[in-house]
Design a binder for this molecule. Sequence first.
Ligand SMILES: Nc1ncnc2c1ncn2[C@@H]1O[C@H](COP(=O)(O)OP(=O)(O)O)[C@@H](O)[C@H]1O
Ligand SMILES: [Mg+2]
Length: 288
Amino acid sequence: MRDQAETLRLKMLKSQGELSRSIAIVSGKGGVGKSNFSTNFAHALLSKGKKVIIVDMDIGMGNIHILLGKTPIFSLKDYLQGTEEIDAVINETEEGLRFISGGSGLDDVLEWSKEVFDRLVLAFEYLQTEYDFILFDMGAGATQRSIELIVAVDEIIVISTTEPTSITDAYSMMKFICIQDPDKTFHLVSNRVSKNDEDNDAVLRLQYAMRKFLNKETTVLGFLPEDPTVHKAVIAQQPFMLLFPNSPISKRMMLIADTFAGTNSGVVSKQGDGFLGKLRYIFTKGRG
Ligand SMILES: Nc1ncnc2c1ncn2[C@@H]1O[C@H](COP(=O)(O)OP(=O)(O)O)[C@@H](O)[C@H]1O
Ligand SMILES: [Mg+2]
């Protein structure tokens, strides 16, 4: 019954063109700028009047709340463990950006039981009805669980720098995801591009490799320059989009958000009932 009702509701939302887009922000290797991208991309979408929420999937090592300068009382873990309801773990900044913190405190590791997955599905079901964009900052390390979530989301934004190691790791990551879901939609962003790289060759090579070896089309959302305002903004615990709206990187971020908001996710036609159906399938398969 419940699945039927849900499918029906999703269909209704789709027909009204209101279905939200779930997006995982990923990279091959860490430290390439995912979390800074997530917070600032979210602000760019917010400034276009979209309802946006960031979910920090780096459970126990989250830093979205640090980049936003907010210390939440509860994190995603509190919700998943069943001690708090979803509303209690959703935080809001003064600018109206919502986020769910990954929390910090490695000592208390989350046990991914069936109940935990059920709560995760329930949370996403709720978020889909409330937000235009759900951004998952995937954090470090490609754990089994994070790969499962990545496969479940509608779209993936892959962040890489122009370094060959970052490019090859990004390629491997996408290849891995493609094997599990050949229909996945990938968007590429090149970060920390120097003046010499202005033509953005690196990301075009990545796009070419995806086409040639995996027969997979990807979109290039654009590039973000190497910019000292990123570091300054991190220290100030404010998104650079807010602190330095006229910096080169902020202007580029607005263009990326324009491009992204203008793309069609392709989810509705390709993936049946989309994110929720997939998540449920992935998390319940092999569990009897
Ligand atoms: N475009 C950029 N220009 C300059 N420094 C950057 C840029 N993007 C990221 N950085 C630096 O890289 C660091 C790591 O970024 P972060 O978003 O935490 O990466 P990740 O989430 O992928 O681990 C930031 O603290 C910042 O100092
Ligand atoms: Mg991060």
